[in-house]
Ligand binder design. Structure first.
Ligand code: SF4
Length: 253
């Protein structure tokens, strides 16, 4: 990949990209749920798909109806309950450690206060627990508490670097800080999910086929994409592709 410039996109540009991606990948609503349930669900979601994660969570709740029950169990018992989600031994330890830390801090396993707290209050609180990083916190906030947050996973990180929104050298912490400020609150949930879809489908990692800039509906807004010269074949191929409701053909400049 060639070097590219970094710039600060306007809110209008971000909204336009949000609209273009939403036209292709769709829109969704947050799924309100208990903050502690959401936090444990995010821990269980590591390195597995949604279906297996949900199975593991349901199995855990069935065998241990309260979080205190999980705390009173052994790592092995919890691992058996979440086996369908993968990395069971590791996740069981992590879940129980997290519950123990929260109980030691608050005296009970109850994070329901977060529903009425600000995003910043929730973030500051969750940061103090071992192994709870900015991505986990942002996921809990945006998916389950309907609060403004922008999780940066590997796809969002890669695509926003190529777009030029963050420095090529930016690590995850810097990316979270920059993108949280850049992305308008009402775009955060959809743009996060749709950038992941875009990263899987078109703006792929170098080791997975690389970016298909010639087929990208947001190329005109992309620092890297604009530096890519399209072949005649790519242009011809793209003209056969329709992105309903987008300005895709304008991207063939
Ligand atoms: S133009 Fe290329 S680099 Fe930019 S977002 Fe699209 S696929 Fe990724």
């Amino acid at each position: 990949m060639t070097p590219q410039s970094t710039f600060t996109p306007t809110k209008r540009t971000i909204r336009r990209i949000h609209e273009l991606l939403r036209g292709i990948y769709g829109s969704r609503q947050p799924t309100p749920r208990d903050a502690l349930d959401g936090l444990i669900l995010i821990v269980l979601s590591q390195a597995t798909n949604d279906i297996n994660c949900d199975r593991a969570f349901q199995s855990l709740k069935k065998q241990f109806p309260t979080w205190d029950d999980v705390l009173d169990a052994t790592d092995e018992e919890v691992a058996d309950a979440i086996r369908s989600g993968g990395l069971a031994n590791q996740k069981a330890k992590r879940v129980r450690q997290l519950l123990a830390e929260i109980k030691a801090d608050r005296g009970s396993l109850d994070l329901s206060w977060m529903r009425d707290a600000s995003a910043t209050e929730c973030e500051v609180y969750l940061q103090k627990f071992h192994g709870v990083g900015p991505k986990t916190i942002a996921c809990v906030l945006v998916f389950f508490l309907n609060k403004p947050a922008f999780p940066v996973d590997t796809h969002v990180h890669r695509v926003t670097k190529r777009l030029g929104w963050i420095r090529p050298q930016a690590g995850a912490d810097e990316a979270h800080k920059v993108l949280r400020e850049l992305v308008p609150d009402d775009c955060k949930l959809d743009l996060h999910v749709n950038l992941i879809s875009h990263g899987r489908a078109i703006c792929r990692a170098a080791g997975n086929g690389g970016p298909k800039c010639g087929a990208c509906p947001i190329r005109r807004h992309c620092a890297f994409g604009k530096s890519v010269k399209l072949s005649k074949e790519e242009v011809a191929m793209q003209r056969q592709t329709t992105f309903h409701g987008t300005d895709f053909f304008v991207t063939l400049e």
